[in-house]
Ligand binder design. Structure first.
Ligand code: 5GP
Ligand code: MN
Length: 346
C-alpha cells in the first residue's frame, strides 16, 4: 500500500547509524515550524522506544500552539540554554539534522554543530543539501520531513514503535507543512500514512484546533490591519506584497509566530498566484514567498535574499537595508518571478 520510496541503501545506512549510537541529538532549523518540531519530537519519542539517550535541540524559541506536543518540556533551546544545548551536540554520537539542508539554517548553533565529532544524518524534504552529512535522506517530493521520518521508521522495521505520542508529533508536521492538506498534498500515499497515524489513536481534529485556533485577539487584529492597510496587489504580475514594520509589531504586541501562515492569505484572492510577506525583525528583514503551480519562488529567494526553499514556498533574509528598500527590490523582481514560470522542475 505504501511504496518503498527511500532507497534500500539509505535505509540500512541510517539504521546502522541509529542502532550504533547511544547519545543522539536532534536539531532543526531556526524558527522551527510545525514540521521541524513535529519531526524532531516524533523522532525523539521513537528513539526513546529504542532506549536511546536522545535530546532535541531547537536553535531558538518555538511558536505558540505547539506547547502540548509530547516531549516539548524536555527540549533545549540553543539561544537561551547555550551550554546545555552545545553539550548535547558535542557529546552526541549521532546528530540527526531535520527539516533543513544547510548547517547555516541552525543559526547560532552552527559552530557547535559543525564542531561536533558526531556522525550526522540528514532527514529532509528540501532540494540539494549544501553541507556535509554522513548519510542524507532527502526527498523533495515528500510533503514534510515528518513523512520522511514515518517512512524511515517503518522501513527500519519499527512500525510498532510508532506510539500515539510519535503519531501526534508526525501528524502535526504533515498537517502544518501542507497547510492542513491544501497544498503539497496530492499524493495518495500521504493519506495512507495519515490512516496509519490515526490507527494509533490520535485525534486529528483536536490537533488542528490546538495548532490553529489559539490566536490572541491582537494577532487577529494585526492580520486585519495587514490585509486592510499593508497589502498591495500587482495584478499584471498576479502578485501581492505585504509588509510589517517594527513599529506596527509593537503596536499589536507582536510575538514570534503571530504572523505564521499570513503569507498565504493574499493567495485567496482570485488571480493572485504569488505572495510575498516582508517582516522587519530587530536585526534583519525576513521574507516569505509563496506561489502556486509553475511559478518558482525559491530561485529569487536564493538569488536576491540568500535564502531558498521549495518551488512554491521559500524564504530569505535581508540585512543592513530598510524595509521600504526591500519592498522596492521585491517590486522590481516581480516581473522576473512571473516570467520565470515553468523554468523550474521542482
Ligand atoms: P516560511 O515562509 O514559512 O518562513 O518558509 C517557507 C520555506 O522557505 C521553509 O520551509 C524553508 O524551506 C524556506 N526558507 C525560509 N526561510 C529561509 C531562509 O532564510 N533560508 C533558506 N535557505 N530557506 C528558507
Ligand atoms: Mn518541512
Amino acid at each position: 500500500m505504501i511504496s518503498k520510496v527511500i532507497s534500500e541503501d539509505k535505509i540500512s545506512a541510517a539504521k546502522e547509524l541509529i542502532y550504533e549510537a547511544q547519545k543522539i541529538a536532534i536539531i532543526t532549523h531556526t524558527s522551527p515550524d510545525g514540521d521541524a518540531m513535529g519531526s524532531a519530537l516524533g523522532m525523539f519519542q521513537f528513539l526513546k522506544q529504542l532506549d536511546k539517550d536522545a535530546t532535541v535541540v531547537f536553535p531558538d524559541d518555538c511558536p505558540r500552539g505547539f506547547e502540548w506536543m509530547p516531549g516539548m518540556d524536555e527540549v533545549l533551546i540553543h539561544r537561551s540554554q547555550v551550554e546545555a544545548a552545545e553539550a548535547a551536540l558535542e557529546g552526541a554520537d549521532l546528530i540527526i539534522c531535520q527539516d533543513f539542508n544547510s548547517t547555516k539554517r541552525v543559526a547560532s548553533a552552527q559552530p557547535a554543530l559543525e564542531r561536533s565529532k558526531a556522525k550526522k544524518l540528514l532527514l529532509d524534504h528540501h532540494l540539494e543539501p549544501t553541507s556535509n552529512f554522513d548519510v542524507i535522506i532527502e526527498y523533495p517530493e515528500m510533503a514534510a520531513t515528518c513523512e520522511v521520518v514515518f517512512r524511515l521508521i517503518c522501513r527500519m522495521g519499527h512500525a510498532e514503535d510508532i506510539t500515539k505520542e510519535v503519531a501526534e508529533c508526525l501528524y502535526t508536521g504533515l498537517m502544518t507543512d501542507t497547510g492542513n492538506f491544501t497544498y503539497s498534498s496530492n499524493d495518495i500515499e500521504l493519506y495512507y500514512i495519515v490512516a496509519e497515524l490515526m490507527k494509533r489513536g490520535i485525534d486529528k481534529e483536536e490537533i488542528y484546533r490546538k495548532v490553529n485556533n489559539n490566536a490572541k485577539e491582537s494577532q487577529i487584529r494585526l492580520r486585519g490591519h495587514l490585509l486592510k492597510d499593508n497589502m498591495k496587489l500587482y495584478p499584471e504580475y498576479h502578485a501581492a506584497i505585504t509588509t510589517l514594520d517594527a513599529k506596527e509589531k509593537a503596536e499589536y504586541s507582536y510575538e514570534k509566530g503571530d504572523t505564521e501562515g499570513f503569507v498565504n492569505e493574499p493567495m485567496k484572492i482570485q488571480g493572485i498566484q504569488v505572495s510575498v510577506f516582508i517582516s522587519q525583525d530587530k536585526d534583519k528583514i525576513k521574507l516569505s514567498f509563496r506561489s502556486i503551480g509553475d511559478v518558482p519562488v525559491n530561485t529569487v529567494a536564493t538569488k536576491y535574499f540568500g535564502g531558498g526553499g521549495h518551488k512554491n514556498a521559500a524564504g530569505g533574509e535581508a540585512y543592513y537595508i530598510g524595509l521600504e528598500q526591500v519592498r522596492k527590490k521585491v517590486e522590481e523582481i516581480l516581473p522576473e518571478i512571473w516570467n520565470g514560470r515553468g523554468e523550474s522542475e521542482k
